[in-house]
Write a protein that binds this ligand. Structure first.
Ligand code: UDX
Length: 468
């Protein structure tokens, strides 16, 4: 029987429709396209429209012959800044996308499905189709491992939290003994043990063992000890991060309109003189918190570039505009914008430090550029990321669970003045490791090669099955 020449393997990629998730999975998409794979990227109608409006991603990815978006309509498209709203999003995704995915897997030759590992239903949609499912988790290995340990922490009585001492040591997360406190566990752990979001995250993370393999946007030199613990349960792991560092272009995948005037303002600043402030795409602040941060920034005496998204301020009683005094008095020393090209900003010579919420993409971007951090985690994985930044990687200071102008000013001065040498040294060392691992022969470079080879081999096998 004549066998068809193996066409390019076709991969479905499906992220949770949120900025940080879409961002990193689009970068994975481009890496797989450059290796000659064909990709169908499933995206919500809202994100598809925003990418089209604010970025050049469509033109950029459509320049690859094997790329196409598949737009999903009818999903929940409201805010997701709390666990309850995340649950609404997950339910909507499961209802709308499970049948859609199953039909796509049955109707066309698909080498594999790379699904965002925060959603379990792609495993169910693929059951019986013979299509392998890779789980891609957009969080750190340390966050993934904490989520994986939830059932053990319930058994050991560490969850729900005992008493009110948030500095109580947690000794039942292997690899984190000696520095992990109650307050450093992901924010969902602070809720009731029957909380739906906590249960969903525990369940989906354990179901990673049903997936064909786990792909993580991290690197061995950064999270080696934690990865060793995970491999005991999920042996097939591809650590291929920092994903954005593989790509030479810093084309943004932003769902918000970038204000590039900030680059012109940075060009006028002295080297290493500016604090960059951004809390990602989901974090929200009360007016009181915004004013505390503003006083802390002004009292630090430092020049600052501050991203205040249009939806950053919690909308209490309709007034979610930034107070006018914040905008006016800031002018001579600070620069406030709605959204920036963050990778470009972090690479700018004027930037000295990053006041961040420690979303995983922002954390990796800061590591690659060797920028020390002041961490103010908001929710989810950010709490444990900020603890690793301070206690393990020595890349900055962790300001979790407080929002006080005196502490804010003090920590900014400590990172940018008092301890600047120590932090610069450790940040430059980690940045060197991050760049080496994505260079030819580096750990993430080799793991990405292995992932592409494994997908191509799957495709040949599935073609053989169809032909014979
Ligand atoms: C979400 C979760 O909050 C985070 O904890 C998880 O790790 C990933 O999913 P998000 O809050 O958006 O992510 O933060 P982050 O992961 O840092 O992603 C934000 C992305 O937006 C980064 O790639 C950053 O470069 C980009 N960004 C942010 C901009 O391009 N411009 C900005 O002004 C701010």
């Amino acid at each position: 029987m004549d066998t068809k020449p193996p066409s390019s393997p076709h991969v479905l990629i499906f992220p949770l429709p949120m900025q940080g998730h879409v961002n990193s999975m689009l970068k994975l998409t481009e890496l797989l396209l450059t290796a000659g794979l064909h990709i169908t990227f499933l995206i919500s109608a809202k994100d598809h429209d925003r990418l089209f409006r604010y970025t050049t991603v469509h033109g950029h990815l459509n320049s690859y012959s094997g790329f196409r978006f598949h737009v999903i309509h009818g999903l929940y498209e409201g805010p997701v800044d709390t666990g309850d709203k995340l649950t609404i999003l997950f339910d909507s995704l499961s209802k709308v996308t499970t049948p859609l995915l199953r039909n796509m897997l049955l109707d066309s030759p698909v080498a594999c499905l790379i699904a965002d590992g925060i959603m379990a239903f792609p495993l169910d949609a693929a059951k019986g189709t013979g299509v392998p499912v890779f789980f891609f988790r957009t969080v750190s290995a340390c966050a993934f491992w904490a989520y994986f340990c939830i059932p053990d922490l319930v058994t050991s009585g560490d969850i729900p939290f005992q008493g009110t001492d948030m500095d109580k040591q947690i000794v039942n997360v292997k690899g984190m003994e000696g520095f992990l406190r109650q307050r450093d566990l992901p924010s969902f752990f602070r809720s009731d043990v029957n909380n739906v979001t906590l249960q969903q995250i525990a369940n989906v993370t354990r179901r990673t063992q049903e997936s064909h393999a786990l792909i993580l946007n991290t690197f061995d030199e950064l999270e080696g000890p934690i990865l060793s613990e995970i491999r005991k349960y999920c042996p097939n792991i591809y650590t291929i991060g920092p994903l954005h560092a593989h790509l030479k272009s810093t084309s943004s995948n932003n769902l918000f309109e970038e204000d590039k005037t900030c680059i012109g303002w940075l060009d006028q600043q002295s080297p290493k003189s500016v604090l960059y402030v951004s809390f990602g795409s989901i974090t929200t602040l009360t007016r009181e918190q915004l004013i505390e941060f503003w006083h802390g920034l002004v009292n630090s005496g430092k020049r600052f570039l501050w991203v205040i998204r249009e939806d950053l301020l919690l909308n209490h009683g309709g007034d979610n505009k930034v107070p006018s005094e914040v905008k006016d008095v800031t002018r001579e020393r600070g620069y406030i914008v709605g959204w920036v090209p963050q990778q470009e900003v972090l690479a700018h010579p004027a930037i000295s430090a990053f006041l961040t919420h420690n979303g995983w993409n922002s954390t990796l971007e800061s590591i690659v550029e060797g920028v020390p951090m002041v961490s103010w985690p908001f929710f989810a994985d950010q709490q444990i990321n900020s603890r690793f930044v301070e206690a393990v990687w020595k890349l900055g200071l962790d300001m979790k669970d407080t929002c006080d102008k005196t502490i804010i000013a003090k920590m900014i001065k400590e990172v940018m003045d008092v301890k600047i040498e120590d932090f610069t040294k450790s940040a430059n060392r980690m940045a060197k490791l991050a760049r080496e691992c994505v260079s030819k022969g580096g750990s993430s470079y080799r793991n990405l090669d292995r992932l592409i080879k494994d997908i191509k081999e799957m495709s040949v096998r599935s073609t053989d099955i169809q032909v014979n």
